[in-house]
Structures are given as C-alpha cells and as structure tokens.
Design a binder for this molecule. Structure first.
Ligand SMILES: Cc1cc2nc3c(=O)[nH]c(=O)nc-3n(C[C@H](O)[C@H](O)[C@H](O)COP(=O)(O)OP(=O)(O)OC[C@H]3O[C@@H](n4cnc5c(N)ncnc54)[C@H](O)[C@@H]3O)c2cc1C
Length: 434
C-alpha cells in the first residue's frame, strides 16, 4: 500500500521511510484554534505523548494533545519497530548500581511495558504487523559471556522467565547468518509497524476522549495563575498539567531535558521485496534481531518480504554519507547473499540518548517530561506516558520509581557535550562486558 492523500496533505508530509510508504490512511486532525481549558496538555504526538493522552483520558482526565506536524511524525513513526525486554543497560550493571531489589523492580516495570504493548494492540484492534519473538545476537565470541550473564541475571535475579541463551548453531539457524556466535532469545520481545501502531494509539486515545490536534506547534509554555498556558500560533491551552513529549525537540521546550539528553542520528533501510527462496535463507520465525555491536544492527522481515535493516549512528552527520551508504555495508556483512540488493527505502531519524542510557523522566512543577530512551523507546515511551498519567491522576508509585533513575546532567557547551556523551556510552558498555 502507498501513502494515502491524507497522509501527505496539509504541508506536513511524513519523512520518507518504508513505514510512511505503507501506513494506513489517517485523517488530518485539525490544528488547535481558540482557547481550551483542560486537565492535561500533552506536547508531542509520538509514543510518549500518545500514551500519556490515552492513559490520561482513560483515567477521566480531560486531555488535549498538540503535535507540530503529524501523529507519529518523529522517531515513533519511522523506527525499526523492535520491541525489547529490559533496559538499554545490562541487567547485571543495574543490580551492581542499584542493588538487587530496586533493579528487579525496574526490570519488572520494563517487562510490564512490553506485556502492556501487546495487550494494547489486542484490546484496541491495532493493525500493525505485530509479531512476537526477539533475538539479541552475539556479534563476537566475547559477547557470548555478556549474553550468558544477562540470561542468568534475568532468570535468577529479575525473575523473568521468557528469555533463554542460545548457542551458535541456533543463532545461525534463526538468523540465516554465519556472523553470529549465539544469542539471547526472548519470547516476549518482537516487532511492529511503528507508524501504524502510533496511528492506532491515536485512534484509541480519541475514543477514550482525548482531543488530538496536528499542525499545532507549541511555541511557548508558561505559568498563568494556578495553570499553565501552552501557546501555538493559532490557539492556546490552559492546563493543570503539561506533558513535554517532544522527543528530540523536547530540549527546546525544557532546559532540564536539554541538559540530560543528546540527539543522535540513526539509520535504516528496506530492501526491495525479495524472492521467496532468498527470503527463506534469512531471519526465521518472524523474529526481530538486533546484535551486540556498540551501534547495533537490527533487522526483521516485513509481510511483503522486505528486509528492514537498521544500523549506524552519528552524533554529527558527514554530508558525504547517505542512509544507504551507511546501512548497505552493514547489511551485506550480515547477509553476503544480499550483495547488490536494491534498497527501495533509506531514512534516518533522531534518537535521544542519556549519559547512563536510562530514560530521563521527571517533573518540574506542573510540567512532566520523558525522553532519552536511548534506542529502546517503543516499549519504554509507552510506559513513560502511562506512569506520567498515573502520577497526574494521583498515583505516583511507578513514576517515583522510574523518575529517580540516575541520570547525570552533563556540563559544557555543545562541542564538549557530544564527546562526553559518546565516551560515557562507550565506558558504560565496556563496564557491562567485563
Ligand atoms: C531510525 C530509528 C530507529 C529506531 N529503532 C528503534 C527500535 O527498533 N526499537 C525501539 O524501541 N526504539 C527505536 N527507536 C527509538 C524510538 O523510536 C524512540 O525512542 C521513540 O519513538 C520516542 O518517542 P517519543 O514520543 O518520545 O518521541 P517522538 O516519536 O520523536 O515524538 C515527538 C513528537 O513531538 C513533536 N513535537 C516536537 N516539538 C513539538 C512542539 N514544540 N510542539 C508540538 N509538537 C512537537 C514531534 O513532531 C514528534 O512527532 C528508533 C528511532 C529511530 C529514529
């Protein structure tokens, strides 16, 4: 299916990607006009904002969501769709840092986020090519020890019974690639069509009573008496609470997010539809796979037999590079049989990362925020929106647990911050391996 007229109308086209080209038709939701008074004003129509609006409306709060372009326009509509259990950090390093009891509580929260995602897809009848089954594949023999330790920690300390360690033979069979040395297979992880998931969540939020406005860029947020005043070019919202869910742009709205997160470009591509005999040599059982490289490769097959392959990250873009020039060598290294395959779609988007690779979720007065899922936002953003709505509704238990995650504000101007973020990320990864 190609993008519908509605999906490309009103001067707010979706950025090109395989997912934009195969999205369901979605109505353009009119821009905010005039003045509205609500309990909650959500800024941003990605997974974080949609989840906050959906959960808020289900709790009986009046919610307005303002999206500057289209629902799912940002990372949420173009990501590789991989759903993973746990956090971006190794479980063992969380235990080391926080102690077993708190680490387990956090892991349970992340596991519940994944379970809730599948439940929501079923409950709201969201047609988003959802498939369960995820493999983290070891890219080097040394990474096997890390994955084995992760499997043991998940089972022994976190009480998580869905993932198991698999050997090289199994990893090669499951991926159809000789380049892996084993892996961690998770029955609860999987993959989705992210833009169709976002559109389905938007519909569910509206059915629950939330009002969604596209083409409604928030230009200012400030206190007005006991309420917050949120302004777009053509309208205003007076709200008891504001949720800043602007993804990579959140830092422009809130200094606290700016200090704790950094945006990073990541890349993805989708091949031409592959002949059935070629597709049969690739990843099996509808699995989603990501590997243990520092800038991980991730891939899965689509229903129309394309390989969606994500890989490569840059803090700064080199003008000579394109998504295809970055993704192709990685794809062909994993699957030499696809050398020279046509890439019908190539795209890049921004992910926000934190120094600790744990999300930055918190509150500043009446303003709540969540960002920095460090590449694992499909499940975590849905979780974050949900716990923020719970906190606004008066139950702060899960919000308190997750908002107290250690995340350092990183000092320095932009040119100093980028290497610091990169260095912290690399060190964190090294610490986890040894
Ligand atoms: C190429 C790519 C691949 C990825 N792969 C994966 C993956 O496989 N698995 C995974 O878990 N995660 C993945 N991620 C990360 C994941 O997509 C994000 O963590 C997640 O979608 C973040 O959701 P969000 O709602 O916080 O932000 P976004 O989806 O970026 O949404 C923010 C929205 O806010 C809007 N906005 C911003 N400023 C304003 C304003 N002033 N007024 C109104 N609206 C505003 C934007 O237009 C945007 O639509 C990937 C990301 C990318 C880019």
């Amino acid at each position: 299916m190609t993008a519908s007229i509605e999906n490309t109308a009103h001067g707010h086209d979706y950025p090109p990607s395989y997912f934009a080209a195969t999205a369901h038709a979605a109505p353009f939701r009119p821009a905010l006009e005039g003045v509205k008074q609500v309990d909650v004003c959500v800024i941003g129509g990605g997974f974080t904002g949609l989840s906050a609006a959906l959960h808020g409306a289900e709790r009986g709060l009046s919610c307005v969501l303002l999206e500057s372009r289209r629902i799912g326009w940002g990372a949420s509509g173009m990501n590789s769709g991989q759903v993973m259990a746990g956090w971006t950090r190794a479980s063992r390093s969380l235990v080391h840092q926080l102690g077993a009891a708190r680490a387990r509580q956090l892991f349970e929260l992340a596991a519940e986020a994944v379970a809730q995602l599948w439940l929501r897809i079923g409950r709201h009848g969201i047609d988003c090519d959802a498939r369960k089954g995820h493999l983290i594949a070891a890219a080097t023999p040394q990474d096997m020890a890390m994955l084995e330790a992760e499997a043991e920690c998940r089972e022994g300390v976190m009480g998580y019974g869905y993932s198991r360690f698999v050997d090289r033979k199994a990893a090669v069979r499951l991926t159809g690639s000789e380049s892996f040395h084993g892996g961690l297979l998770d029955a609860e992880g999987g993959h989705v069509h992210p833009l169709n998931l976002a559109l389905g969540l938007a519909r569910a939020a509206e059915l629950a009573g939330a009002r969604l406005h596209e083409g409604s860029r928030v230009i200012r947020v400030r206190a007005r008496g006991a309420r917050m005043l949120v302004e777009t070019m053509r309208g205003k919202v007076l709200a008891r609470h504001v949720v800043v869910a602007g993804g990579a742009q959140s830092g422009r709205l809130l200094e606290r997010v700016k200090r704790r997160t950094e945006a990073l470009s990541v890349f993805a591509a989708a091949t031409e539809p592959l002949p059935a005999d070629v597709a049969a040599t690739l990843v099996k059982d509808g699995l989603a796979v990501c590997d243990t490289r520092m800038a991980a490769n991730s891939f899965h097959m689509t229903p129309d037999r394309r390989l969606v392959f994500g890989g490569g990250e840059r803090f700064r873009l080199d003008p000579e590079e394109t998504p295809e020039s970055i993704v192709r060598p990685r794809l062909e290294a994993v699957y030499p049989q696809l050398k020279g395959v046509r890439l019908d779609h190539g795209w890049s988007g921004l992910v926000t990362v934190t120094s600790s690779r744990m999300p930055a979720i918190g509150r500043e007065g009446q303003i709540y925020y969540a960002a920095g899922y460090s590449g694992q936002g499909v499940a975590q953003a849905l979780l974050a929106g949900g716990v923020i709505a719970e906190a606004i509704g008066g139950d702060t238990r899960r919000f308190d647990l997750i908002s107290q995650l250690p995340n350092l504000a990183v000092p320095g101007g932009r040119w100093l911050r980028l290497p610091i973020f990169a260095a912290i990320g690399a060190l964190a990864a090294l610490r986890e391996v040894h």
